[in-house]
Design a binder for this molecule. Sequence first.
Ligand SMILES: [Zn+2]
Ligand SMILES: [Zn+2]
Length: 368
Amino acid sequence: MRFRMGAMAALLVVAFPVASSVAGQGAGQGAGQAAGQGEATPQQGGAKITGKVYTFQKIEEGVYYTTSTSLTNTGGNHAIIVGDRDVILVDDGTTPAAARALLEDLKMVTDKPVRWVINTHFHYDHTDGNSVFGPDVQIIGHEYVRHAIADLDVAHREPLKTTMTNMALQIQPLRQQIVEEKIFERRAALLKQVAAIQADLKELRALKPTPPNMTYTSQMTLRQGQREVQLLFLGRGHTQGDTVVFLPKERIVCTGDLMESRLAYMGDAMFDEWITTLDALKKLEFGTVLPGHGVPFHEKSLITAFQNYLSDFMTKVADLRKQGLSADEAAQKVDLTSHKTDFPQILGPGAEVRGVRRLYEWMDERAH
Ligand SMILES: [Zn+2]
Ligand SMILES: [Zn+2]
């Protein structure tokens, strides 16, 4: 497979040592939001094949969407694009263990090797599998992804920090339940749950954040025989370097966390720019969206609904700030329940606190 660059593209091949760990998402839930079971079984599409850790849903000949079906913390969902000779993997999970499990389960679908990994953005739940790939695999991300992983100490910042704190906090109550549980099967299930969290935490503590070894800034095209796979930077949004992966012939777009089928984490958001970037996304000619979390969907109206949510979020939080509320107080109070038809994870007033803190920061950045 060869790649060619778009007219505007600048490509940097970055030599990288296998180094430190990656930060990521772990959106966590805020006031008024249900615990995100966004990785639920996809609702539509083709046959499903279930392995030890992952389920593969066939979207199109050679295109699969995977979701986790085990207790292992695996991170974002993946798109897998199988060509004549090799495989493109979109995002590689929360930990090296998750990435290894994915490669193992992938054998059910294809015996071809993964040659290309695309990091849709820098968050740990999309990039922390990077370290398992050898130098023969091109790990491609936007130039900002390389910068973030190499320079921003992602292993000790959000969103990974809160994820690890929350995981550790789950253990004690589970242990208490184990002591009290009389039914053997339930006790065994609880023990398994604790063991899975402990194994994940051990992996997360030992992470070696590994940046992409190939970066681009505007657009880039990969070719697998007849298939064209475009990597597009449409503008800043969920982070400062989100890639969408677009298959024009198949009319499929993989959006990472720039557009999920549920509310995305906003701790690194570039709010108004995000709305503009989603306008650019809607201009692509696609019929299916494979998001970084949630389920595949087809309607551009869901993208508009998320833009409306973002816009309302900005207005309402700004109002609360004007009334003198701190970010944490605003996160408790902001009422976005009018969006719960589109985003059923909204259960009542309130929003994820890191998103609100980020918006306060964003307003300050804007003011200067
Ligand atoms: Zn993310
Ligand atoms: Zn994510």
